[in-house]
Design a protein around this ligand. Structure first.
Ligand SMILES: [Zn+2]
Ligand SMILES: [Zn+2]
Length: 141
């Protein structure tokens, strides 16, 4: 996945993954449903290495933790969010990648908020809300 490129909907913000991702999971929380304006969102966790002209706004996660959200100032497309402005890791919104064919989520979280029609892959680990320990969802395990 290293070297993969992505961009916002309008194309003014572009990025490249400079390392392999730490994990990829699907989140069904209300924040992700609002953010994606859909049923769920994916998060591709990466170490932070970001230098850009993104805009930021702050909110709280469903579990009440602060979340700093980075988006294109023109089209409003969310590119990533993280726990703080200087958090060590960020969650890239992988729908903004130019090639999404390789994405293969390893877990579902906040399944208690999943829309009733969503069929979860029973082979994947899942959590009804925010897992205490996300490490078990890491890639290459
Ligand atoms: Zn844009
Ligand atoms: Zn979520």
């Amino acid at each position: 996945m290293k070297g993969q490129t992505g961009q916002c909907q309008c194309g003014r913000v572009t990025y490249q993954l400079n390392a392999d991702a730490i994990m990829l999971y699907v989140c069904h929380c209300m924040g992700c449903q609002k953010q994606s304006s859909s049923a769920f969102a994916m998060s591709l966790r990466m170490n932070r290495d970001f230098d850009s002209t993104l805009k930021f706004w702050e909110t709280l996660t469903d579990s009440g933790k602060p979340k700093v959200c980075a988006f294109c100032g023109h089209c409003g497309n969310r590119i990533f969010h993280g726990e703080g402005h200087y958090s060590a890791t960020i969650n890239i919104k992988p729908g903004t990648l130019n090639d999404t064919s390789w994405l293969n989520p390893k877990a579902h979280i906040w399944t208690s908020r999943a829309q009733s029609w969503v069929a979860l892959n029973q082979d994947l680990p899942s959590c009804e809300d925010q897992p205490e320990d996300m490490a078990r969802f890491m890639m290459n395990r």
